[in-house]
Ligand binder design. Structure first.
Ligand code: NAD
Length: 361
């Protein structure tokens, strides 16, 4: 990979972190700080190559800029990857070496949990830097973000229901939840409380059995979940579930789920529109987790955080209305919402305040 060419004009900063004694090899990508510090998780993953790691961190950092902007947060987008197998390569020294690189950015980048990192890892990172969220409640953190993510998905579903059926209530609606891990199972609990009819599916048979028993949900085989006739389909497992093969098989009115990168490729947004299935863009729907951890930066307060998560209802509604009024896909409508906010507030920040001006000595 020609790294500087790939970075292009789009990224503000890409930092390569190397510490021979602990074996740390990491990359931190700051995509944008126009709206505020770049917040995004640290992924610890055994990448097949350095190119793969760089490509992943760049793509994920850009995604965080859009997610934060659309969610109305005063945050930019960034992400970090640590190359290695978290089961064998993670150590106190490695995490603390990594944390010192995060600290060296002086708050331009704020880290959090992601695939391969956990809350105890964030607590460890906190020992070297304050620029970390997702730490334990005892350290002033907000704990596991999955509950807030599920709560946000619920409110996105209500917005979609209101837009499709002129009624935000989910009672009697048939909803298929594919993937009943941390987010999916919390979502099922909300849906059952809303008196929706729920069908669940997962590759983990124990997880399906547990959720079906606890909540009286029906079940479907994982490879067929997307094709079940229902009102809403909620992908809460892996990415790329909506593609040229699965989209023609959908039998739902809308797709609203937590999974990241649900579309296999950009053209799938058009395929969804052509199939007449409403697609609530993933990064709008699943922003509850980041909205919740962002509250740690102001001193975490659960009521205030959940109040902000509920605004996903308004964001989803605004995206659906723009898409229909302008004849564009919901993905383009969401991207436009994010880009316009960055552009408008970027201009606002050109107004200098005393804090921006160099002090006269
Ligand atoms: P998780 O690992 O707790 O749960 C994922 C579940 O999906 C597991 O039960 C797994 O067995 C199941 N699964 C895996 N492959 C599957 C398949 N092909 N079909 C059906 N089920 C399958 O993860 P999670 O934290 O609940 O996150 C779920 C999704 O939401 C992920 O895509 C994640 O990136 C996204 N997300 C999560 C959060 C959060 O706060 N946890 C925030 C934003 C986005």
């Amino acid at each position: 990979m020609r790294i500087f060419e790939r970075i292009g004009d789009e990224y503000e900063q890409v930092v390569f972190c190397h510490d021979r004694s602990s074996g740390l090899r990491a990359v931190i990508a700051v995509h944008s700080t126009t709206l505020g510090p770049a917040l995004g998780g640290t992924r610890f993953f055994p990448y097949g190559s350095e190119d793969e790691a760089v490509e992943d961190v760049l793509r994920l950092a850009r995604g965080m800029t859009y997610k934060a902007a659309a969610a109305g947060l005063d945050l930019g987008g960034g992400k970090a990857v640590i190359m290695g197998d978290p089961r064998t390569d993670k150590s106190e020294a490695l995490l603390r070496a990594y944390a010192r690189f995060v600290d060296s950015l002086g708050g331009r980048y704020i880290t959090a949990e992601d695939v391969g990192t956990t809350q105890p890892d964030m607590d460890m990172i906190r020992r070297e830097t304050e620029h970390v969220t997702g730490v334990s409640q005892s350290l002033g953190g907000s704990g596991d973000p999955s509950a807030a993510t599920a709560y946000g998905v619920l409110h996105a579903m209500k917005a979609v229901a209101k837009s499709l059926w002129a009624d935000a209530a989910l009672a009697e609606r048939h909803i298929v939840v594919s993937g009943v891990g941390k987010v999916g199972s919390a979502l099922v609990r909300h849906l059952v409380e809303e008196r929706a009819r729920v069908t669940v599916s997962d590759v983990n048979a124990d997880a399906v059995a547990r959720v079906a028993k606890d909540f009286g949900a029906d079940t479907a085989p994982p490879e067929k979940a997307h094709a079940v006739e229902c009102d809403l389909f909620a992908p809460c497992a892996m990415g790329a579930v909506l593609n040229a093969t699965t989209i023609p098989e959908l039998r739902c009115a809308a797709v609203v789920g937590s999974a990241n990168n649900q579309l296999g490729e950009p053209a799938d947004a058009d395929r969804m529109a052509e199939a007449g299935v409403v697609y609530a863009p993933d990064y709008v729907v699943n922003a509850g987790g980041v909205i919740n951890i962002a509250e740690e930066l102001h001193g975490y307060h659960r009521e205030r955080a959940y109040g902000r998560v509920r605004r996903i209802y308004d964001t989803t509604m605004s995206v659906l209305q723009t898409a229909s009024a302008e004849g564009m896909t919901t993905v383009d409508a969401a991207d436009r919402l994010a880009e316009r906010r960055i552009e408008a507030l970027g201009r606002v920040r050109l107004i200098r305040t005393p804090g921006d001006l160099p002090s006269r000595r």
